[in-house]
Design a protein around this ligand. Structure first.
Ligand code: DAH
Length: 328
């Protein structure tokens, strides 16, 4: 009998079902109650014996009901907690983070190098006057050197600067020598745009002025830059060239191993020279000498990183830009 009661009690899935089982066994008309009533027909000895047995079963059934009741309460609590559970580990929606443009990285690296060599970093206006962009840099009005630097003009005669060199004169007008400065910035040319020419690009200009600055200092400065960028002992080369604002003038190149092809070759970087006396005159300087150099920043990004087309820098195509996330 107890096995039957136990099975029914265990099968009760909630408090109400358990109550039904309880009534069925222990209620006024329950099985146990009826058994006890049935004792009246027995003789006293048999009644005592059977009565004890039935009472044992009755206590067992009561205990089983009680135990099941507690178990159901525990299960109910667990179910309620599970239903109210908040999953704090749910991943947040992923925002996309931007990155630093390759040209900005290359520029920052250059500025780090020059800052470590004691240069001050200054910037100048992109909208210039003919005076600073050409005249003060010793380009006379009809000089053919101007033809190589056609640009965009405003109706009042100003222009988008064709190089960072105008900042040489602007800086000298407002500062006393000796000094060492570098000028990074955007420059503009009226170009037929193709894979290596853009109407807008970037340059870095350097100007060093003092009492006895010589060509040897210029050689040294370019060597120091090459050492810092490509490693100690990197070879550098100057070849005679013409720029109106320097005399003598030269083009400079750095000997390096192309990271993609593995070939060693000269990387032609830019122009340099000793500041022309007419430029010092335009800036109101006397009894000083100095050197200047300037070069395009795009080239220092395109060649090492194998960017085949300069236009890609300005098209904001994420497929291009993302490739340089890990650069530098
Ligand atoms: N400004 C020149 C250009 O854009 C580059 C240059 C040449 C800069 C010689 C210099 C220099 O400072 O000395 O073509």
């Amino acid at each position: 009998m107890i096995d039957e009661a136990r099975a029914e009690i265990q099968a009760a899935e909630d408090a109400r079902a358990l109550q039904d089982v309880r009534v069925r066994w222990l209620g006024k008309k329950g099985r146990i109650t009826l058994e006890l009533k049935g004792l009246a027909t027995l003789d006293p000895d048999a009644r005592r014996e059977a009565g004890r047995e039935i009472n044992v079963v009755k206590q067992q059934v009561e205990a089983l009901v009680e135990a099941r009741k507690e178990e159901l309460a525990r299960l109910e609590l667990a179910r309620a907690l599970a239903a109210e559970r908040v999953d704090v580990t749910l991943p947040a929606a992923q925002g996309s983070s931007g990155g630093v443009h390759l040209l900005t990285k290359v520029t920052n690296r250059l500025l780090d190098v020059f800052a470590s060599l004691g240069y001050e970093v200054v910037t100048g206006p992109e909208l210039e006057t003919d005076h600073y962009n050409f005249e003060a840099l010793n380009f006379p009005p009809e000089h053919p050197a101007r033809d190589e630097q056609d640009t965009f003009w405003t109706e009042d005669g100003r222009l988008l600067r064709t190089h960072t060199s105008p900042m040489q004169v602007r800086y000298m007008e407002t500062h006393e020598p000796p000094f060492k400065v570098v000028v990074p910035g955007k420059v503009f040319r009226n170009e037929a745009v193709d894979a290596t020419h853009e109407a807008q690009f970037h340059q870095l200009e350097a100007l060093v002025v003092g009492e006895r600055i010589t060509m040897a200092d210029l050689r040294g400065a370019i060597q120091e830059m090459a050492d810092a960028l490509f490693g100690e002992g990197t070879r550098t080369r100057l070849q005679p060239s013409f720029f109106p604002f320097v005399e003598p003038g030269a083009e400079f190149a750095i000997w390096w191993t192309h990271p993609k092809t593995g070939r060693e070759e000269w990387l032609e970087l830019g122009g340099c020279g000793m500041v022309h006396p007419n430029v010092f005159k335009a800036a109101g300087y006397e009894n000083v000498t100095g050197f200047a150099f300037g070069f395009g920043i795009e080239r220092l990004a395109m060649v090492p990183y194998g960017v085949p087309d300069i236009r890609w820098f300005y098209q904001s195509d994420l497929r291009v830009l993302r490739q340089f996330r890990g650069a530098l």
